[in-house]
Design a protein around this ligand. Structure first.
Ligand code: ADP
Ligand code: UVW
Ligand code: MG
Length: 403
């Protein structure tokens, strides 16, 4: 087998990972060769830039990827990436490209080998994840045109949640809507899948029991994992339900949306833009949707946005703990979960009643275990790796059938 390219494409970024062929079927045997992140793609995002590191995390240079024009778009970024891979003498041929595809809808509950029909079917879900799905699918079409024989695999954010019981999946809506697939799917599943698999090595043995994983990145959600399976999550039909996020509102009274349309005269597009791009931390603070900037800001509005963010997370932890009849472990991951100690501090303080006692010093230094030795609920920081999870599924798919 040759190398494995993983693409995680977002509305203004394209993240990628390049892995050597695995020596054995374990996640750890996939050797990361390069990891990169094109940011600022598309118009109005500022100058496009690339960060590239090698498998050891050291900054790397690739002449084919230098001198990027400021207005680089997704297509150009992908083309440059493929040119670099095909020209670099130390890189082998690609055997497969694995993609993060956010929404798998009703039909896809496991990774799938892509063809034109499946790509079209998945594009039918674009409106359910407008910040993600079209950007996830664009590179799949481009690659299919340019390299029709190259295997492509889609790995879905929704798949990990397929184990949830019906009560967790259904809305209290008329039955015919539920039957048409208007149900809670849940997202960030590749991240939860990865954390679920590596939890034993971080926690020193398989935790079993009842865990909540808090994936706090630009998007944010919580997942209740009981005995290794997703049983509930805060995101639902689309990636906007649940927690307040960087720029997304999270859950609202549906009557408020009706009010905006009827009384305020907003169009569906205007409401969508407001709820996905002008709400959350950005909307409440009026400053930024980026947690690092808010933590550094002395403004009262920044404080209020962070307070609302952590308050909502704490409440939802209570809800997921209730769904499992208690809580044994709380795990933080993704950009904010891994790096923002004050955010973890506020959330853990709010979980005191559940029997979680935070070790503030361990939290400050981002230790793996951040709860005290006698805490009934363990609190942990575990870095996620969606790209490795995608590489693993994709390698398995071309090697014969993992999925
Ligand atoms: N050192 C840090 N301290 C506080 N917040 C951080 C830090 N590093 C990253 N973040 C925050 O993490 C968020 C991005 O998370 P990430 O998981 O990288 O996002 P994405 O969803 O794009 O993958 C941003 O709000 C960013 O400010
Ligand atoms: C599904 C989702 O919200 O993804 P992200 O956090 O990458 O925006
Ligand atoms: Mg992310």
């Amino acid at each position: 087998m040759g190398d494995i390219l993983v693409i995680n494409s977002g509305s203004s970024s394209l993240k990628f990972g390049l892995y050597g062929a695995p020596g054995d079927p374990s996640l750890a045997s996939l050797a990361l060769r390069y990891r990169g992140h094109f940011a600022g793609l598309g118009h109005g995002q500022g100058a496009a830039r690339l960060t590239l590191v090698d498998g050891q995390g050291n900054s790397a240079q690739a002449p084919a990827l230098q001198g990027l024009p400021g207005d680089l778009d997704h297509h150009d970024a992908l083309q440059r990436l493929l040119d670099w891979i095909s020209q670099a003498p130390d890189l082998a041929d690609l055997s497969v490209v694995g993609h993060r595809v956010v929404h798998g809808g009703r039909h896809y509950q496991a990774p799938v080998r892509l063809d034109a029909t499946i790509i079209d079917e998945l594009a039918g879900l674009n409106s359910l994840a407008p910040l993600h799905q079209p950007y996830c699918l664009a590179p799949t079409r481009r690659l299919a045109e340019r390299h029709p024989t190259l295997a492509q695999v889609a790995c879905f954010d929704t798949a990990f949640h397929a184990t949830q019981p019906q009560v967790a999946r259904h809305y209290a809506l008329p039955r015919e809507l539920t039957e048409r697939g208007l149900i809670r799917y849940g997202f960030h599943g590749l991240s939860y899948d990865y954390i679920n698999r590596v939890m034993p090595e971080h926690l020193g043995g398989h935790p079993g029991g009842r865990a909540i994983v808090a994936h706090l990145g630009n998007g944010a959600s919580l997942c209740a994992i009981q005995d290794g399976q997703s049983v509930a999550s805060t995101m639902g039909f689309t990636a906007i339900e649940g927690l307040a996020m960087g720029t997304r509102s999270g859950s609202l009274d549906p009557g408020l949306v009706l009010h905006l349309i009827r009384q305020e005269g907003m169009s569906a597009e205007e409401v969508e833009t407001m709820l996905y791009q002008r709400s959350g931390l950005r909307g409440v603070s009026g400053i930024s949707g980026d947690m690092r900037e808010l933590l550094a800001s002395p403004a009262l509005e920044a404080r209020q946005a962070i307070d609302l963010y952590t308050y909502r997370i704490t409440r939802e932890i209570g809800s997921l703990a209730a769904a499992m009849g208690g809580l044994d472990h709380l795990i933080f991951t993704a950009g904010i979960g891994e790096h923002a100690a004050p955010v973890r501090d506020a959330i853990c303080q709010g979980c005191d009643w559940l029997g979680l006692s935070l070790d503030p010093t361990a939290n400050q230094r981002h230790a793996t275990r951040i709860s005290t030795a006698d805490s009934r609920v363990g609190a942990w920081v575990i870095p996620t790796d969606e790209e490795r999870m995608i590489a693993w599924y994709s390698a398995g798919m071309v090697a014969g059938g993992r999925g």
